[in-house]
Design a protein around this ligand. Sequence first.
Ligand code: FMN
Length: 282
Amino acid sequence: MTTTPYPHLLAPLDLGFTTLRNRVLMGSMHTGLEDRFYNYGKLAAFYRERARGGVGLIVTGGISPNRSGWLLPFGGTLNFKGDVYNHRRVTNAVHEEGGKILMQILHAGRYGYQPFVVSASPIKSPISKFKPKELDDAGIEPVAAMDPFRAELDDFRRRTQGADYPETLVTCYLTGGFLTDFFTGLAAGLPKALGERVSAVLDIDAGQDALVVELRTAIDASARLASRLAMWGRRLVGDTMLVARSSLVTGGQLPGEERIEPVFTELISAHTRRMDALGLTA
Ligand SMILES: Cc1cc2nc3c(=O)[nH]c(=O)nc-3n(C[C@H](O)[C@H](O)[C@H](O)COP(=O)(O)O)c2cc1C
């Protein structure tokens, strides 16, 4: 009787979402063909040969998630529709031979041989001549991170600007108060150090007391102004709630209404108290 040390090597493997025909895996090896769209025909032929040879699963060479992660200038990415079409030539070839292929996402970090490299520290890799840009704690460019929200926030600011000085002050007091409460609540759910930093920023005295004194004096002196500002306050709370709700959307979805409702009930009570402080009916 012959024994083999790998009795399962050539047996199929059910991964639940797909089944590999055996457990032989070809490791990730960047060929350089991934980086130029005109080489994808060659790359597909290269992997087709391996699949025809019987390997169960192939891992592609590294494909970068973005420009700073390129291994070399204009390295392979999967960012655009065109990249998907290129990649599909590879997957189709492998599938036609009964194999499976997995795309490796590889961010080159400081090893990238290109000028946009980023890393945890600004220390050059011995194998690249480019010094990486140091990432901050979160690795996020604030302007780029806010860009998707810019149009909506600009629109919110335009709608809540106020026609004159008293309306503008009411906006500062009411929307500022509402959004500070809202984001302080959200900060409680962030990782500890980050949550504390966000709360500290939100906690900075925004001069709310001075706004109340200034507005109260004007409102007490004019019933007409009081009724106009009461209307304005009601309009503001609607717009502010909308913008607050929209910031809860992640992956195109709002959390369930049963989670949002209690939070907003509390925020509206605080809004009513702010209106009371001005002597206005919410
Ligand atoms: C030319 C070449 C390119 C490679 N490209 C990648 C790559 O893109 N991503 C990766 O994770 N590993 C890459 N590797 C590492 C291989 O995956 C690894 O060498 C292979 O799985 C064999 O493992 P071993 O070197 O520890 O024996 C590459 C290796 C070579 C030789």
